[in-house]
Every structure is written in structure tokens, then in C-alpha cells.
Design a protein around this ligand. Structure first.
Ligand code: LAN
Length: 757
């Protein structure tokens, strides 16, 4: 058994319908009761944290989700006791055993309600926002949490004493100042060794005046930066006529929902009261005296190390006008704008049970709601209760997740991975639970205010995390549907998602298709591409509108193809057209070297897998010219074979995402290897030696229990920020091995199963 360190044991994950929160020594199991938590940590336990949560960033900045996994495995793990099929030769037996071991281990991590909780950290600018919300509202986290957050922040300091924008990134001013301020909020003395060196980093890089705009925003809230040094967010734009292409209802929902509360804070110039910490930070963060800084001049100053997207001349020109408008603004118009924004904030809170669409607006909405209704208001209390949904404990400490989890997404992938071969039938109990969770997560009702606040229709859709968070996503709907169809097809579960709900999901997918033939993330593309010229973030690219993506498109095409197999008469013409247009889009995205760029995971191996999976599934079915499909698939294979490393695996670094060129990792990575293998097998790649060499990497890296080690970070958003998908290291190797088993070994039919086995 895995040894659970004593400091880790005090942390327990409580889950309920996909909701998960980490609790320090929970007396009772109920989440809501536990949230009344008390500060019950002893000095001895704090010292224990320091010993038990050691982590070496310089060996690997990615934690392995060991706290959750060790506890889950100790509680639930049983070596596989079922019938192990005998293969024809030892090599084939190894693969068979690895698939069974891999699924068996992963089943041990499944929660009682059927999903796979996991670390979804990575970005380093999230926890600081939440800490600033807790600080300004004077609502501190329990001491045990605060201690664990410190552990995390200290653990991720780079060798040069700064912090990156994400755990693998080189130091940036944004990362460094935000972690520095967080540690100070958490009570760390400015003379702490790690803060002295961090301060030197900040000062050597020009001081906090050069922090990117989101940092300027947070520091202004904290009263450690002057609002005058912040470009106007022009709250009145919410009163524009809706037909204008620049009306914010047309923005990508994440930008819309972040700039909304930011505009509110800006309009009211919300800031913490001056106190000892604030005054001290003003001295600690700048090269000049705070009062001597010419703030308006700092608006566009951004440290070179941070700048990813240079502000366009159009944006500068717009800022010039909006900044001037601040001097002459009409109070009644401003009031009208902020009233509208507040109404919208309340609607977002209510529609998501106060989870909000993501970690950034979660923190900023909390600040607005605290400011408007006060600390004792019901609304604010509801916000605070949901702060915990975003916190995660791993061996590197307590972090803020990039979402309230990746529950549905991981469950859908895991289900399909397990069902890839007959061996999945040996795990019908796991699949029954996955099915329950998938069923639970499908969205069944519309909010009363959905149209008023520009939400895409959602009945029948699936979200990325949980139904209560409830923002539908196009490709999550596709994955939810594919997993459901695979489960129904397997005959291992009793179908409770009826035909009508399957068709609703298909209709939602159709409703999401853009005129370019592709699918975007949460909504249709609502404005032209030139709106990107107004991207004010400096640190992210392509955030202004919801773009069509290869991965999202492929997932939707695949789900529709699978639907056609089962319900050929349902909207046949419409679906066929949608599929063909989707394929067109995918083909257009292919690069001349045969690869596809991945926008949501690292990187070319990911999107190439999606592209090829969709095209090969469509082949031979009259949806498209098969010669063209074959040509494209072939090019993709040539690309992948060219990238195979000498050990037989594949490996990319996150720089593939930010630099847009394939960046080879020093060692091969099991997740990239699995994607490449899945692609080649989907393409029926002829040279089996290539496959065998890749499969060997997966086999050799599997641990005795059936896990794989955490390697490089796998996820990304907006090109420049990376995000952890802790379950990918299990899902994709299992999937690839299962496919290999199915294609090359399958000489075995599982014994008839009792359902619920
Ligand atoms: C996600 C996570 C899931 C991801 C996929 C489903 C994998 C993708 O195919 C579509 C886009 C989506 C839904 C996605 C979009 C951007 C998110 C929400 C995230 C990467 C998780 C966190 C990120 C969010 C924007 C983080 C907050 C940062 C801001 C810049 C607002």
C-alpha cells in the first residue's frame, strides 16, 4: 500500500454530486456542515505540514496529486481479482495485464458518485485574486488553509526568486508580484528570506508599475496601485446598442464575465483601506516612492518578460478616448451602467449557484458583492461558501483550481477509454458509476434569465465540470454524448438517458456550429475577428471572441457521426451537412506539415489526434471525398512518425502552445505518446514497429499498481497559460493500450457478466 503521510491524512476530500472540497479534519461528512469550519490546527500540525508537503519544483514543477491519490488508493484499492484473459504470447499478455492494471488502479480513484476528482491547478494568478477578495472583505480562510497556501506559494518560487504565470513558466512580473503579495496577505514577514530575494527580482525588473493590466487591477483593489494608472474599462459600453460588433455580449464568455465585474470595481474605484500592510507593500513593490509615481504614465507600461500580446494601435486609440471620458463622464450614465452590471453579476451568481463561470470572475464577483451588500449579506456568504470549491490540496500545497473541477470532461474521456476494448467489460461497476455521473450532469433546464443575459440554449448539453456550475460547452456536450452512446452500446448499463435527451444533445451540438463549419467553446462566434485588436490583456492571445477550434470541431463531428450510426433517421440531412462542413473546417486547419495546433492541451499531438480521429471515423461513409481524407490522414501520420523519439515515445513542452511550433521535450511523455499512438491506430498505420515502440514506452512507465508518474503539464488556455489535467496520465495511456489490445490482440471475449459486477 502507499504510505499516506501523517500531515496529508488530516486533509480529506468531501464530494457531493460532483462538488468537491478539501476539508481539514472534517468531523462530519457533509460539505455544508463542514463549511462552518473552525480554526482547529495546532502548532505541531503546522510543523507537520512543513515536513509532509515537501515538494521539489526543480525535479518536476508538476505535483502528482499524491494527497488525493494516496488516500483514495488506501481506502479503496484492491488488486484486480477477476478473470484475467490469457493472451497468445507473453508480449500480448503484457499489454492485456497493463490495460487491466491501468483501469483497475484508475477505478480506485473514482468518487462514489462516479467522477474522477483531480488536481486542476497550474495557473499562478488565480489564488492571489481569491486572497485579495478574502483580504478586502476581511473574511480570512481557516488557519489550516492559510498554512497550506503558504506552502504552495513558497514551493513554486523559481530559482531566480520570481514566479511564473503558471507552474512551469519562467518568472514574470505578474507571477512574482501576485505571489509576493499573496504571501504578505497570508502574514509572511517581509524579511523572510524568500521574500527578500523575490523583492529584489521585482525591483530588478522595474518594480510593480510594469505589471500587466490584470495585476494593475488587483493591486488597485488592494490599494497598492493607483486606479489612475489603469486604463478605463468604460463601463458604459454595456449600454451600447446590441447590434454593435463591439457590444460586450459578443465577447468570448470568459472575457465578458471577467471584464464585467472588473468594470464594476473600476467604476466604483473599489479599494482596501490604507493600513500597515498596504502602506508597507507600497514601499516594498516599487523603485520610486509611491506618492512620486506618475500614475497615468504607467497605464501602458508592461514588463517585457510578461508581454505576450502587444496592445494594438486601435486599442491605444480607444484607451485615449475612454481615459479622457473618465474626466467628463456623466454620473447618471455611469450609474445606469453600473446598475446594469450589478444586475448581470447577480444573474451570473444565481445561474451558477455562486460558482461563476471560472476562477477569475469567482474572485472578482465576490469583491463586488461584498462591496454592494456587505459581509453579512446572504449573497456574500453564498459566495464565500463556494470559494472552497476552487481549492485543491496536493503534495505541493493548497492551490486554486482553474475551474470548479474537470469532472464531466474527465469522466467522459475515462468512460470512452475504458470502453475502447472488451476488457472494459471487466469494470462494469466503474462504468455504472460513470454513467450515473454523466446522467446527473446533463443539463435539464434553462435559467429563467438565460436569454436576457446572452446565454446559449442549454437543455441537453453537458458542462465541463458540474451541472450546478451549468455553463454548457460545445465539445463537452459532444464528449458527454459520445460517452453515453458508448455506454448504451456496451450493454453494461441500464439506459436511463432516453432517446429524447440524446436528441436534445445532438440538437444543441447542431446549434453550436459556426458559419465557418467549425465549433467554438461555449457559444457561437458572435463578432468578427478584428475585435481581437481590442484585447487589452497583454498576457493572453485570442480572448475576445469564441473561435472555432480543431479539437472542439472534431469532438462534435465524432459525436454526430456516432449518433448517425444509432439514429440514422434523426435529422439526417442536417446532420450530414453539419458533418461535412465540420470536416471542411478541420481540413482547413491542418498545417502544411500535416499537424494540427491544439488550443486546449499540449499541443500538436493533442489536436492531431482529434483531427485524425474525426477524419478516419468519417472515411468510407460518403460524407466527404475519401481520397482527400486519406491524403490528410496520411500527412498527419508522416508528421507524427517524424516526431517519434528514439525511445519510441513522443514528447512536447508547453512552448509548442505559446510559440506555435512543435517544441520537443527532452524525454518522451506518456500523455503525448498516448495521443500519437491513438492517432496512428485510428489511421490504421501500417508500420507496426512504430506502434510497438510507442506501446513499450507506456508499458515500461506503468507503475506496479497501474498508475503512471506525473510528467509535464498537459493543458493550456489562451496560448500562454498552462493548466494541469491530473487524470490525463491515466486516461490516455489506458485508452491507447486498450486500442492496441483491440486492434492487435483481441482473441478473447470476456465471460458473461452479471450487471453491476
Ligand atoms: C477550459 C477548460 C476546458 C476546455 C476544453 C473543454 C478542454 C476545450 O476543448 C474548450 C475550452 C475549455 C472549456 C476551457 C476554456 C478556458 C478555461 C475555462 C479552461 C481552460 C479552464 C480555465 C480557463 C479559464 C479561461 C481560466 C480563467 C482565465 C481567464 C483568462 C479568464
Amino acid at each position: 500500500m502507499l504510505k499516506v503521510k501523517s500531515g496529508w491524512k488530516n486533509w480529506q476530500l468531501l464530494t457531493e454530486k460532483g462538488r468537491h472540497i478539501w476539508a481539514f479534519k472534517p468531523g462530519s461528512k457533509a460539505i455544508n456542515e463542514h463549511l462552518q469550519n473552525v480554526d482547529d490546527i495546532s502548532e505541531q500540525e503546522i510543523t507537520q505540514f512543513a515536513e509532509d508537503f515537501q515538494f521539489d519544483k526543480f525535479t518536476n514543477p508538476n505535483s502528482g496529486d499524491k494527497v488525493y491519490r494516496h488516500a483514495a488508493i488506501n481506502a479503496k484499492f484492491k488488486a484486480f481479482a477477476g478473470h484475467i484473459p490469457q493472451a497468445a504470447n507473453p508480449e500480448a499478455q503484457k499489454v492485456t495485464d497493463a490495460v487491466i492494471k491501468g483501469i483497475n488502479y484508475f477505478s480506485g480513484l473514482q468518487s462514489d458518485e462516479g467522477h474522477w476528482p483531480g488536481d486542476y491547478g497550474g495557473p499562478l494568478f488565480l489564488l492571489p485574486g481569491l486572497l485579495i477578495a478574502s483580504y478586502i472583505s476581511d473574511t480570512p480562510f481557516p488557519k489550516a488553509h492559510r498554512e497550506m497556501m503558504k506552502v504552495y506559494l513558497f514551493n513554486h518560487q523559481n530559482k531566480d526568486a520570481g514566479w511564473g504565470m503558471h507552474i512551469e513558466g519562467e518568472s514574470t512580473l505578474f507571477g512574482t508580484v501576485m505571489q509576493y503579495v499573496s504571501l504578505r496577505i497570508l502574514g509572511v514577514d517581509k524579511n523572510h528570506e524568500q521574500l527578500i530575494t523575490a523583492r529584489a527580482w521585482i525591483k530588478n525588473n522595474g518594480g510593480a508599475t510594469g505589471i500587466p493590466s490584470w495585476g494593475k487591477f488587483y493591486l488597485s483593489i488592494l490599494n497598492c496601485y493607483d486606479w489612475q494608472g489603469f486604463n478605463s474599462l468604460f463601463p458604459e459600453m454595456w449600454l451600447f446598442p446590441k447590434w454593435l460588433p463591439i457590444h460586450p455580449w459578443r465577447y468570448w464568455c470568459h472575457s465578458r464575465m471577467v471584464y464585467l465585474p472588473m468594470a464594476y470595481c473600476y467604476a466604483l474605484r473599489i479599494k482596501a483601506p490604507e493600513n500597515e500592510l498596504v502602506l508597507s507593500l507600497r514601499e516594498e513593490l516599487y523603485n520610486d516612492a509611491f506618492t512620486a509615481i506618475n500614475w497615468p504614465k504607467q497605464r501602458n507600461v508592461v514588463c517585457e518578460k510578461d508581454c505576450y500580446t502587444t496592445p494594438s494601435p486601435v486599442l491605444k486609440w480607444m484607451n485615449f478616448f475612454t481615459n479622457h471620458y473618465e474626466k467628463i463622464k456623466w454620473p447618471w450614465l455611469r450609474k445606469k451602467a453600473t446598475d446594469y452590471i450589478l444586475k448581470y453579476l447577480n444573474a451570473e451568481d444565481e445561474q451558477t449557484e455562486y460558482l461563476d463561470i471560472g476562477p477569475v470572475n469567482k474572485a472578482i464577483n465576490s469583491i463586488c458583492i461584498w462591496h454592494v451588500y456587505g459581509k453579512d449579506s446572504e449573497q456574500f456568504k453564498k459566495h464565500v461558501a463556494r470559494w472552497y470549491d476552487y481549492l485543491w490540496v496536493a503534495e505541493d500545497g493548497m492551490k486554486m483550481s482553474g475551474y470548479n473541477g474537470s469532472q464531466l470532461w474527465d469522466t467522459a474521456f475515462a468512460t470512452r477509454a475504458i470502453l475502447e476494448s472488451d476488457l472494459g467489460a471487466l469494470f462494469s461497476a466503474t462504468l455504472t458509476k460513470s454513467y450515473q455521473f454523466i446522467e446527473l450532469s446533463q443539463i435539464k433546464a434553462e435559467h429563467a434569465t438565460h436569454a436576457e443575459f446572452f446565454r446559449h440554449p442549454m437543455i441537453g448539453s453537458w458542462p465541463f465540470s458540474t451541472a450546478e456550475q451549468g455553463w454548457p460547452v460545445a465539445d463537452c456536450t459532444a464528449e458527454g454524448l459520445s460517452a453515453t452512446l458508448a455506454l448504451h452500446h456496451s450493454d453494461l448499463v441500464k439506459p436511463v438517458i432516453e432517446e429524447q435527451r440524446i436528441k436534445q444533445a445532438a440538437e444543441i451540438i447542431l446549434s453550436y456550429q459556426n458559419t465557418d463549419g467549425g465549433w467554438a467553446t461555449y457559444e457561437l462566434t458572435r463578432a468578427p475577428k478584428w475585435l481581437e485588436k481590442l484585447n487589452p490583456s497583454e498576457v493572453f492571445a485570442d480572448i475576445m471572441i469564441d473561435y472555432s477550434w480543431t479539437e472542439c470541431t472534431a469532438a462534435c463531428v465524432i459525436a454526430l457521426l456516432e449518433l448517425q450510426e444509432v439514429y440514422p433517421d434523426f435529422k439526417n440531412n442536417e446532420i450530414r451537412k453539419a458533418i461535412s462542413a465540420g470536416i471542411d473546417f478541420i481540413l482547413k486547419q491542418q498545417k502544411t506539415d500535416g499537424s494540427w495546433y491544439g488550443g486546449w492541451a499540449v499541443c500538436f499531438t493533442y489536436a492531431t489526434w482529434f483531427g485524425v480521429e474525426a477524419l478516419s471515423k468519417a472515411k468510407g461513409n460518403d460524407y466527404y471525398d475519401d481520397m482527400i481524407l486519406a491524403g490528410s490522414i496520411n500527412k498527419a501520420c508522416v508528421f507524427l512518425v517524424g516526431k517519434q523519439k528514439s525511445d519510441g515515445g513522443w514528447g512536447e513542452t508547453f512552448e509548442s502552445c505559446s510559440k506555435l511550433v512543435y517544441s520537443e521535450a527532452v524525454t518522451s511523455q506518456v500523455v503525448n505518446t498516448a495521443w500519437a499512438l491513438l492517432t496512428l491506430m485510428a489511421a490504421d498505420f501500417a508500420d507496426k514497429k512504430v506502434l510497438e515502440a510507442g506501446i513499450k514506452v507506456l508499458l515500461n512507465r506503468q507503475t506496479d499498481l497501474g498508475d503512471w508518474s506525473q510528467e509535464n503539464i498537459s493543458g493550456v488556455f489562451n496560448y500562454n497559460c498552462m493548466i494541469t489535467y491530473a487524470n490525463y496520465r491515466n486516461i490516455f495511456p489506458v485508452w491507447a493500450l486498450s486500442r492496441y489490445y483491440r486492434q492487435t490482440i483481441r482473441n478473447y471475449s470476456p465471460p458473461p457478466l452479471k450487471k453491476g459486477d
